[in-house]
Design a protein around this ligand. Sequence first.
Ligand code: R1P
Length: 319
Amino acid sequence: MSMSNANFPMDPEGRTYHVGIKRGELANRIITVGDPARAIVLSRSLDGVDPATPAKTVPTNLFSHASHRGFLTVTGRYKGTPVSIVAIGMGVSMMDFFVRECRAVVDGPMIMIRLGSCGSLSDAKVGDICVPSSSYLVQRNYDYFADDASSTASPYILSKKFDADPEVTAMLVKNMSAQLGDNHVWKGVNATADSFYSSQGRQDENFIDNNQELFTELVKHEPGTLTLEMETFLLYHLARTSTAAPLKQESRLKQEATSNQHSIRAGACMMVFAQRKSNEFISKEDVVRVEPLAGKAVFDSLVEVSLGEESELHATEGS
Ligand code: R1P
């Protein structure tokens, strides 16, 4: 594949380097998931899908594109409104590729909602849904493990919180409650970790992680900590640092980090797969039951939020 522009690589068709999408293929309203199989399950809730479509394939009436780096994009309509589903894999780097490359090929305001899975540090049970109004980052402090580490260093660094869009969060809570019942929906704060293992407090006898006290530290840092996963912080952070409109080089230098004009509105919700206090893990049957219901609640929220002016969608259906 030949690319031009080393600063923001695109191929001759205008496809981005990793997500592999081009202008006209993506809606302003996006649900992002980790697992491509989850994207396919959710695609069955879109308009006009033939129920006879085999379970593991994207319905043929929808646009879809699988990139060479493992991103899967599906675009169609939900209750008549254009929406996309993008499966991104795992971790904050993949979230960074997703948010920046999708932003680059869509005009106008956007809304991005993550539907993920998570570990619960609270009383939320496996199969319950958590809707975090903010998220912070848990990073392994690599310097702590260096031979010449400072004696005052901590093994994990906990960032400040970044907020979700409050209207999107309120809609997610309302729509999740409608699908699953109030007592299965939890509000609070998410912690995004840079590892599934060490910075989520998992004990691994093959490595020195110094994470035995991590849960206590997280709750001390932020008493409302509900969940641990690996992407949401970066979605909230990038929405908060998105500019109101593309900036020219000169105005980029002047842009205030505190500007409250942003082109991306973000929200997230997670299905509890792992109960970290009781050590319980979700059953396959519960995943099959909860995923489509949670997906409908996210689609309803995506299309209920007013975005003002949206770009025209040209995605060729079924390609
Ligand atoms: C780890 O197993 C993965 O599951 C969670 C974590 O954030 C991480 O990506 O989310 P997804 O279910 O969306 O992948």
